[in-house]
Design a protein around this ligand. Structure first.
Ligand SMILES: Nc1ncnc2c1ncn2[C@@H]1O[C@H](COP(=O)(O)OP(=O)(O)OP(=O)(O)O)[C@@H](O)[C@H]1O
Ligand SMILES: [Mg+2]
Length: 338
């Protein structure tokens, strides 16, 4: 049995289904991310796992125990939300040590545990400050510390970094991942940001409208999307109607399907590609060139199709807007959804 098992979980609000028979398994030690667009049911599923929301039908198991009727406080879990929810009249030290003090852990052991957490989270020197004296990122680190010091079996996090600016967010992602690994925790993390999910997760569970569309490692989900929705959500796939793709590339896919191609799978070149049997090729013109960090993105207009193609930046880059080029893609890199 997996560490967390969700079996046929169904949940509705006022007669409207929000989770439609969810089945999923999360392994011990996994950093699992529930990903999906706004309103797809991520928070609802997390609240059901935590025990803050009752399910209509189905079963949830954590560490082999059926969670039906088990209140959140008895599930051996920690939780972190977008709002920091620190005790405003307590110092950082007292916020983090709160749970241990409630458990009446001897002071010496409490000190040792809190000190370790402060170090892991880069909060040394802040222990005597109050929450109002901290930045948003620091406050969220304190709330992570307050949860992980209790060494929960599972840590549940609902968009914990969404109120934090991009640079600090990346730092917090690293802190969290390090703590997850060092404490050998199982983490269930909710986000609607696919880049964050890609960076953090061992496994991504991608939801769409109350349904689990696909789960897999970030690499699997990116390289082998099972549906056009997944391809459209993750990364920056080019998505075409197969009819349009056929007419441009003479490719012969079944009509009424969808085609997905990663932008980096397209090759843009002034010269005709060599292995013509392995490639779909079309002559076209560059309509824009945009530098995005170390990636150059070409937009290519073939008339009916607008195609994005990415190349690693090179100082010798010489293709310009208006230039005629050969656009090619290996047949094996074209994904067809019937
Ligand atoms: N207590 C509630 N009563 C009625 N409807 C609710 C309740 N909680 C959530 N919903 C509805 O359930 C659906 C899923 O909501 P949920 O909060 O789980 O989405 P989400 O995936 O977390 O979205 P977001 O990314 O915006 O946080 C939404 O349509 C929402 O309006
Ligand atoms: Mg939510």
């Amino acid at each position: 049995m997996s560490y967390i098992e969700v079996k046929n979980v169904f949940k509705s609000f006022d007669g409207r289904p929000v989770l439609k028979n969810i089945n999923m398994c999360i392994e011990k030690g996994e950093f699992a991310t529930l990903l999906g667009s706004s309103g797809c049911g991520k928070t609802t599923l997390l609240r059901c796992l935590i025990g803050l929301e009752k399910i209509d039908s189905g079963e949830i198991y954590i560490d082999k125990k059926n969670m039906a009727g088990v209140p959140p406080g008895n599930r051996g879990i920690g939780m972190i939300f977008q709002q920091y929810c620190l005790f405003p009249t307590m110092t950082v030290y007292n916020n983090i040590s709160f749970g241990l003090r409630m458990q009446k852990l001897p002071k010496e052991q409490t000190d040792k545990k809190v000190k370790h957490v402060l170090e892991m989270l880069g909060l040394k020197g802040h222990e005597n400050k109050y929450p109002y004296q901290l930045s948003g990122g620091e406050q969220q680190r304190v709330s992570i510390g307050r949860s992980v010091v209790m060494e929960p079996k599972v840590l549940f996090l609902d968009e914990p970094f969404s109120a934090i600016d991009a640079k600090m967010r990346k730092e917090l992602q690293i802190y969290l991942k390090e703590i997850h690994t060092e404490l050998n925790m199982t983490s269930v993390f909710v986000t609607h940001d696919q880049e964050e999910a890609m960076r953090m997760s061992d496994r991504i569970y991608l939801f769409h409208d109350g349904i689990l569309e696909q789960s897999g490692s970030p690499k699997d989900i990116y390289a082998y999307p099972k549906t056009a929705y997944v391809a459209g959500f993750i990364g920056s796939y080019n998505i075409f109607d197969s009819e349009d793709f056929n007419s441009i590339f003479k490719s012969g896919f079944a009509q009424n399907g969808k085609i997905a191609v990663r932008p980096e799978a397209f090759r843009v070149s002034g010269e005709y590609p060599s292995n013509i049997d392995e490639n779909f090729i079309v002559k076209s013109r560059i309509s824009s060139v945009m530098l995005q960090g170390n990636i150059v993105r070409y937009s290519i207009n073939t008339g009916s199709l607008k195609i994005s193609a990415d190349r690693i930046f090179s100082l010798n880059e010489d293709l310009k807007v208006g230039e005629e080029v050969f656009l090619s893609v290996k047949k094996k890199d074209v994904i067809f959804f019937g």
